[in-house]
Design a protein around this ligand. Structure first.
Ligand SMILES: [Zn+2]
Length: 315
């Protein structure tokens, strides 16, 4: 299905020169003590809502109230190939930028466009106390905050206050995300990170979700100037809910298909209900009120995750 590209990719060329020593990385220093807070856009080159938010923020001339604020456009090489006529093509060049975040991989001998960029951004990521990584999704789906497996991430997501749905998960088997890197994934560290999925890549609303999440994140970390935050932040749409991922459903055959159309975050009411068919084998809900997290509806590759399942927790 072709999805309309409602957003316009911003011209980020003016941000190439930065004064930080690294292209497309801007460090705003308040001159006052405080945490280093980092916001990352374009971790995937075709997820443009984050770039729009950073472009708008930098264009306002906004400054952090304390500490240092690092604003980075990550996979600029892939973004440089973004073409509204073929918007699926520019997620990455050689490999997924968001699966290389371990010391072993970053220090290792392997080379790729994304590894080079990750190595350039690594000192900024390592020096940051708080990180927000702004993403969007291929399929139309409600926005969701991915907070990782730790209690500190869950608390952080509730403190930020949007989006409504929070998913606690352990990441992906095929590589480590920036959100889980180093101190962010260490329960004994005070560092904390969030990954927001703002909705479908190119839908108008994802731009608004990115902007609201950015401002609330900056307010929560103390980086936002209170007057600007007051002006920019809209009321939240309602109370948040936490979904804790319990397992991934892997497609074991090319004939994997869902039992009906799921767009994500639907609740399958009863244990045993059929969620999907893998060849002629039913895939059943393992417990009551099973939540479907980011299903991949079309042509999921054999051996890859078709959907993750989670339990809703109230708190
Ligand atoms: Zn992404």
């Amino acid at each position: 299905m072709a999805i309309a590209v409602e957003l316009q990719a911003p011209d980020i060329e003016p941000y190439r020169r930065s004064g930080s020593g690294t292209e497309f990385v801007h460090v705003l220093d308040s001159g006052k003590p405080g945490p280093q807070v980092m916001v990352m856009a374009l971790t995937h080159g075709n997820e443009i809502c984050g770039a729009i938010a950073l472009d708008r923020f930098l264009g306002m001339g906004a400054r952090p109230a304390c500490g240092r604020l690092v604003l980075a456009f990550a996979n600029v090489a892939a973004f440089g190939r973004f073409d509204p006529a073929n918007p699926y093509a520019s997620r990455f060049i050689d490999e997924d930028f968001n699966r290389v975040w371990t010391r072993e991989v970053l220090d290792g001998p392997r080379e790729s466009v994304e590894l080079r960029r990750a190595r350039a951004l690594r000192p900024f990521v390592e020096a940051s106390d708080f990180l927000l990584d702004i993403h969007s999704m291929l399929e139309p789906s409600p926005p969701v905050m991915i907070c990782g497996p730790l209690e500190k991430g869950i608390r952080f997501a509730f403190d930020v206050g949007v989006p409504r749905d929070i998913v606690s998960d352990t990441g992906h088997s095929n590589g480590t995300r920036m959100r889980d890197y180093g101190g962010f994934g260490d329960p004994s560290s005070a560092k904390n990170a969030l990954l927001v999925e703002c909705g479908q890549h190119w839908e108008r609303n994802s731009e608004r979700v990115a902007w609201q999440t950015l401002w609330r994140f900056l307010r929560t970390t103390g980086a936002a100037d209170p007057e600007s935050a007051q002006r920019e932040i809209e009321p939240a749409l309602g109370p948040q809910r936490l979904i804790r991922v319990t397992e991934a459903v892997i497609a074991n055959s090319p004939a994997f298909r869902f039992a009906r159309t799921f767009t994500g975050l639907e609740i399958v009411p009863h244990r045993g209900d059929v969620i999907a068919w893998d060849g002629d084998q039913p895939v059943r809900a393992p417990y009551d009120n099973c939540v479907l997290v980011m299903p991949v509806p079309n042509n999921v590759k054999t051996g890859l995750t078709a959907v993750r399942l989670g339990r809703e927790e109230t708190r």
